[in-house]
Design a protein around this ligand. Sequence first.
Ligand code: SF4
Length: 430
Amino acid sequence: MDKVSVIRFNNVRENIARAVEQVNGLASLRPSDHILLKPNLVMWDNVYPFPKYGVLTSTVLMEEMVRLLSDYGCTKISIGEGSIIDRGFGSDTKAAFAGLGYHKLREKYGVKLIDFNDGPFTSVDFNEFSLDISAHALETDFFVNLPVLKTHNSTKVSLGFKNLKGCLATRSKMFCHHVERTLDDFICHIGEKIRPALTVIDGIYALEKGPVINGRAYRTDLIIASRDMFAADVTGARILGFDPAEIGYLREYANRHSLSLHSGETVGEKVDDVVCKLQWDWTWLEDNSGPEAFARQGITGIHFPKYDNTICSGCSYLNNYLLVTLMGAYANKPVAGIEFLGGKNCRSQGGADKTFLFGKCAIHANKENPVIKEAVPIRGCPPDKDKIISVLREHGIEADENAYTAYRAGLFKRYEGRADFQEDHFNPSK
Ligand code: SF4
């Protein structure tokens, strides 16, 4: 395993370059190389402002990496990402680039901004399946992976390997949420085809119950760098409080390549001194009838079983919207006989008067389910937020977007008055 540096950021920009230097991160780089920087900009939201801490790669890390490469003499630098596309929230890659000030990086350093969602893609054969991967990601000379130090509700951690999934075409991303094959298995395989020359994990903030905005961020103030993505992820997982053997994709990759899951050599901070043990999963009620928040809000009578790994990021994001609007409609009001199902594996067990089927996959999985009394499809892949509200209202549920507005405002309150949470980390320097 290659060396990993774990360096305190301390709001000193030069510490980012120091983390890279400590592992000789640019050793194989030629100034004439085409470079692709891949941040984690999983989603954007042009409707509701959102706390970006631990969710998105910080602009301060991106800017310092661009500066470092530019100072090295590189002129062919690109930033590429394929964010969730959701018209209702105004989420797409270009909106994320604009919101994080990447246009200033383009003006200042001549960086090219690439939206992977625009293609082109190359079909890559993995023997038992194939995936469409951005040709930009496959063809670059020097791939720099810039994930965030965060947990994930399916793979437990979202670090270097998981960040590479953003290089896939939307259809292939959806395919990775498969009924028979785990997401861990897919991301292990993707990490064998896209080989970053350098991975720098943005640990200025870490995210609990990630990977998106409803998680809780902590200021961990770390930069973790390695030329070896597997070594970087093993270290990142340990810092998030996991035994790397608990992480499915790391275990599989170690098996396939005869690697040890024990951290190799680290420089800088001692890993044991910087561990920030975070939870990755959301807890559901014992009878699987809904999230624990249902009990706190006095909601009974709705059956909303926990999502599984077959639900992809788009539906997972909107699933949160659905839950919050339902909680707004039903807090402390008795209700009976409705259920909500989502994902590719869900099958109604009967007993509900109305079964709301959230998204194309749930509709398909239950299309000939004889135990359903009344199926209510919420169409879309994923459904859009206005559609969710209109279908709920058509069926007598007083869903109200204001509940979601209040919830989103509440997410910011977590960080209010906290000097260690700095919005300017997500803007380029003046
Ligand atoms: S309906 Fe939802 S879970 Fe199914 S493919 Fe579309 S986004 Fe994924």
